[in-house]
Write a protein that binds this ligand. Structure first.
Ligand SMILES: [Zn+2]
Length: 490
């Protein structure tokens, strides 16, 4: 690490000259950067584009005047942050270390790619000030999300979920036919399609993955292929006017510049509009020991308490929260401008805050059992699979979700214990899972091959999968649910 490195910043938002009095120190490989004069807080680290910086270079986005940010740049695509992404506190405590793992969606096309596979540390930390549970490791979003293999439309449960939500929102907010609906990270456009089907045609998706944006556009859902941020929000507002509904489903937890993202939503939102966020819920994550949902895309493990602080900092207010069964337990958070009169404060917000207190998510002690639970699950699952192997049983898996890769890598389960997996998504068929390299086949393989046991890696769709595989079960096949504790379904 060269302490003489010049810092060059590509500053998009602030036209005024920014004078850095940057002081670089190298302390045990940690580069410390003191920024003396920085004008704005609206930073997005990755708009400085770390993918273009040489290894060992330093980068810094804007910070409050005099603030110090501590970063360690491990490789061109990885930054380890030492400050909380909601409140900037440096009091981040280690809760769980999952070791080194490849990116959970970095499927390999062939065995030749194994040698060049990239592995990254994966640790979960808890902020003592705002109580956000979060990853320290930040991978450049261009690496994670520019081409994305998770197309939500492949799961039947989603369609019903979307239809019900559209019906609820349309009724609750009395949406007129020309109401503008914008969905950020709109994936393949499934939710907006449900709006179109309900007669609301003024929809727009914003989706960073070019393959998914193309799928959505082909399906008749207008979609911009972009990352969402404050600048994009301002442009959309100028061009199209305010939105009555802004959706952000399963994306808030993925964003490093979480404040810029929520400020962007606030910019887009009509005074009487509603900002609907769905995200996996910390309490379900803890109760069900869903450590496998930890991977580099999931930067935050959200709860209402830190979100309320975040919204407040960004000029919004949380008025209602619902709990959902989807994705192993999620919350649907309804936010709006404080002056909004359509969406009144519901008791649900205080109830959820009380629930989080009861689970002690405001204390480090409340979160530490997560590590013990993960270690126990690993021992038990490996023990079961090793026993089945000794008995000469044949074991396969169902699903190649990102979380399956955290589980396989953390438990070190390769083709010696699970021969292959199957997945309905043609985008994944023919590939190898990252790290453990299980081949991915179409689901039809289960009936051709009839393995004795199938581990459901996509356990959030277990009921649907087992119903689809009734024939496999009728022939004597058995399923194993791996989380929170391995269980054989008779
Ligand atoms: Zn914090």
């Amino acid at each position: 690490m060269h302490s003489e490195n010049a810092i060059h910043l590509d500053w998009r938002f602030n036209a005024a000259a920014i004078i850095f009095s940057a002081l670089l120190h190298t302390i045990d490989g940690i580069v410390r950067i003191d920024a003396a004069a920085v004008a704005h807080r609206q930073h997005n680290l990755f708009h400085a584009d770390p993918t273009r910086l040489p290894q060992g270079a330093c980068l810094l986005s804007c910070a409050p005047s005099g603030a110090r940010l501590y970063w360690r740049l491990m490789s061109e695509n990885l930054v380890i942050r030492n400050t909380c992404r909601i409140c900037d506190s440096r009091e981040l405590h280690l809760v769980l270390d999952l070791g080194r793992t490849p990116l959970a969606n970095a499927y390999l096309k062939s065995a030749e790619e194994i040698a060049s596979e990239q592995w990254y540390p994966l640790t979960v930390r808890w902020c003592a000030r705002c109580h956000l549970l979060q990853l320290a490791e930040v991978i450049a979003p261009e690496v994670l999300f520019s081409h994305y293999l998770y197309a939500s439309g492949f799961a039947d449960a989603f369609h019903a979920h979307n239809r019900a939500l559209v019906k609820q929102i349309k009724k609750q907010f009395g949406l007129k036919r020309n109401a503008q609906i914008i969905e950020v990270a709109s994936n393949d456009g499934s939710l907006l399609k449900a709006y179109q089907a309900a007669g609301l045609r003024n929809v727009l998706g914003v989706e960073p993955a070019s393959n998914l944006a193309a799928m959505a556009n082909q399906a008749g859902v207008p979609t911009l292929n972009q990352f969402f941020n404050e600048r994009v929000a301002r442009e959309l507002r100028d061009e199209r006017g305010a939105a009555e509904v802004v959706h952000a489903h399963n994306v808030l937890a993925h964003v490093d510049d979480i404040r810029g993202f929520v400020r962007g939503a606030a910019t887009l939102l009509d005074d009487e509009g509603v900002f609907v966020v769905e995200a996996p819920y910390l309490i379900d994550f803890l109760l069900r020991g869903e450590y496998d949902t930890i991977y580099h895309e999931h930067l935050s493990y959200l709860a209402v308490e830190p979100m309320a602080r975040l919204y407040c900092d960004c000029g919004l207010e949380i008025r209602h929260v619902e709990r959902l069964a989807i994705h192993g337990g999620s919350i649907r958070v309804f936010g709006c401008q404080p002056k909004n009169r359509k969406l009144r404060m519901q008791d649900s917000v205080a109830e959820m805050l009380a629930l989080e207190r009861a689970h002690r998510t405001h204390s480090l002690e409340g979160l530490l059992p997560l590590a013990e639970q993960a270690a126990r699950q690993k021992r038990e699952l490996r023990g079961l699979l090793e026993q089945l192997k000794r008995e000469g049983k044949r074991v396969a898996a169902y699903g190649a979700p990102a979380k399956g890769n955290t589980l396989l890598n953390y438990c070190q389960i390769g083709t010696d214990l699970i021969a292959y997996t199957v997945d309905r998504s043609p985008l994944k068929q023919g590939l190898l899972t990252p790290g453990m390299h299980l081949p991915i086949h179409p689901p039809a393989k289960l009936l051709q091959d009839q393995p004795d046991y199938v581990v459901i890696l996509a356990w959030n769709f277990a009921d649907e999968i087992m119903a689809q595989q009734a024939k496999y079960r009728a022939r004597g096949g058995r399923f194993i649910l791996p989380i929170p504790k391995p269980v054989i379904v008779e």
